[in-house]
Design a protein around this ligand. Structure first.
Ligand code: UD1
Ligand code: CA
Length: 449
């Protein structure tokens, strides 16, 4: 699309009452500014320029990739912000799509339609608008004979203007050259002492330029997030949109209203998500799984036919037919291969369990590699940390580890070895051996009367 976009994201966001710049606040797991960038990507704009200012390092970090940006050192208003891109756009003679970094509900199709209308009407400027029953806070669209004559900001609006319900979405298609000509005439004689981008309209109308509007029916799409209340409204809309998308692709959400699934998550057909699941980040879940009660999954890959109940899974890989929980904590770099069973109060970290391993109860497995079909008894602990360094526990296939065993790493346990319950194992155990390391039982008869 032969269009350059400009995202205004330099403002502090005073009304957010936050130490973070407004545009990095997340909606459905994505920083608002990134959300807009994703939409523009989908639209296929030729180039995207960000206007950054307040805590720009924080914003750049949140976006997390290379970007073209210009800096607005002092935030003197949206018009001033656009001016900052003048040099960057000096040689450009085409259309510019300006969007604000705080309208994360916009859809790519809407921007496309706005642009199409702009091309079809050959207007100088086309503004995205919508109708709000309670338009408080938005710039009002003043029209005559269907054409836009001015945008009046809330703080400048008299009673008559305040009654106008058509509002400015903060999204515009401008002719680049004409935009900068108008901006050079703008002043800051207004209630806020700011350079308003919206004043461009009045200036262009005075010069007999045609300003059109594209009125969006679904007004929620233009919601501008200025406060934490509006942030939660945006969050809700995006969460519902995501849940619908997942269900349309075949996932089963028992109660979408109590399920939080971030935008980046993928879920396969017939996987059932029960209430209170929180699924975040770069998580891919396969088909036919059951995710029950208060489970939280972050940045993990989950296969098929798996059952997870009331557990936390972080940065891990879970293969087919595994069962986890309730109340397990699968910490980063865990790899559970097929048919592994992890039961109550089991914690794993940086550990690989080969096919069919069982760790049913009350266990910590850290920095461990455990062979196929090994059985880890209740209360087993890999003592992986000596206070300075971490050490590995390596275990073969078909090992039987008795309950309440401590494995003091580094340690190696051979295939088919058996470890007696209550052992503190400090020396390697060869294949097929029995190891018992505990105090001998002492019996004193007739001890009590
Ligand atoms: C703006 C519009 C208003 C519209 C509303 C839609 C103006 C003057 N008003 O008001 O008509 O109805 O959006 O949501 O444009 N920003 C900068 N530099 C600045 C000031 C702001 O980059 O100096 C950025 C902010 O980071 C933000 C965006 O511009 O992403 C909009 O600023 P904001 O203060 O939220 O404008 P509104 O008062 O909402
Ligand atoms: Ca705003």
């Amino acid at each position: 699309m032969k269009l350059i976009s400009l995202i205004l994201a330099a403002g502090k966001g005073t009304r957010m009452k936050s130490d973070l710049p407004k545009v990095v606040h997340k909606v459905n797991g994505v920083p608002m500014v990134k959300k807009i960038m994703n939409i523009l990507d989908r639209l296929g704009v030729e180039k995207n320029i960000l206007v950054l200012g307040h805590k720009k390092e924080v914003v750049l970090e949140a976006i997390g990739e290379k970007n073209t940006y210009v800096v607005q050192e002092e935030q003197l208003g949206t018009g001033h912000a656009v001016m900052m891109a003048k040099e960057e756009l000096e040689d450009y003679d085409g259309n510019i799509l300006v969007v604000c970094g705080d309208t994360p509900l916009l859809k790519a199709e809407t921007l496309e339609k706005l642009y199409e209308k702009h091309l079809a009407t050959k207007a100088t400027t086309t503004i995205l608008t919508s109708i709000y029953e309670d338009p408080f806070g938005y710039g009002r669209i003043v029209k005559k004979d269907g054409l836009v004559k001015a945008i009046v900001e809330q703080k400048e609006a008299d009673f008559e203007i305040q009654a106008i319900k058509e509002v400015n979405a903060g999204v515009y298609v401008f002719n680049s050259k004409k935009l900068f000509t108008a901006l050079s005439r703008m002043d800051n004689n207004n209630a806020q002492g700011e350079y308003y981008l919206t004043d461009v309209i009045k200036i262009q109308v005075e010069e007999n330029e045609v300003v059109e509007s594209f009125i969006l029916e679904d007004n929620i799409e233009i919601l501008g997030v200025n406060s934490k209340v509006q942030l939660s409204q945006a969050e809700e809309v995006l969460r519902i949109r995501k849940n619908i998308e997942l269900m349309e692709e075949g996932a089963i959400l028992i109660d979408p209203s109590s399920t939080y699934i971030e935008e980046s998550v993928k879920i396969g057909r017939d996987t059932v998500i029960y209430p209170n699941a929180v699924i975040c980040g770069d998580t891919v879940i396969g088909e036919n799984n059951e995710i029950l009660g208060n489970t939280r999954i972050i940045d993990s890959k989950i296969g098929n036919d798996i059952r997870i109940e009331s557990s936390v899974i972080e940065e891990s890989i879970i293969e087919d037919r595994v069962t986890i929980g309730p109340f397990a904590h699968i910490r980063p770099k865990t790899h559970l291969k097929e048919e592994v069973h992890i039961g109550n109060f089991v914690e794993t970290k940086k550990t690989t369990l080969e096919k069919g391993v069982k760790a049913g109860h009350l266990t910590y497995l850290g920095d461990a590699e455990i062979g196929e079909y090994t059985n880890i008894g209740a209360g087993t602990i890999t003592c992986n940390y000596d206070g300075v360094n971490k050490h590995k526990t390596v275990m073969g296939k078909n090992v039987f580890v008795g309950s309440d065993t401590k494995l003091v790493a580094p340690i190696n346990i051979g295939d088919s070895a058996v470890i007696g319950a209550g052992s503190v194992i400090t020396k390697n155990v060869p294949a097929r051996a029995l190891a018992v390391a505990r105090g001998k039982q002492f019996i004193k008869k007739e001890w009590t009367k």
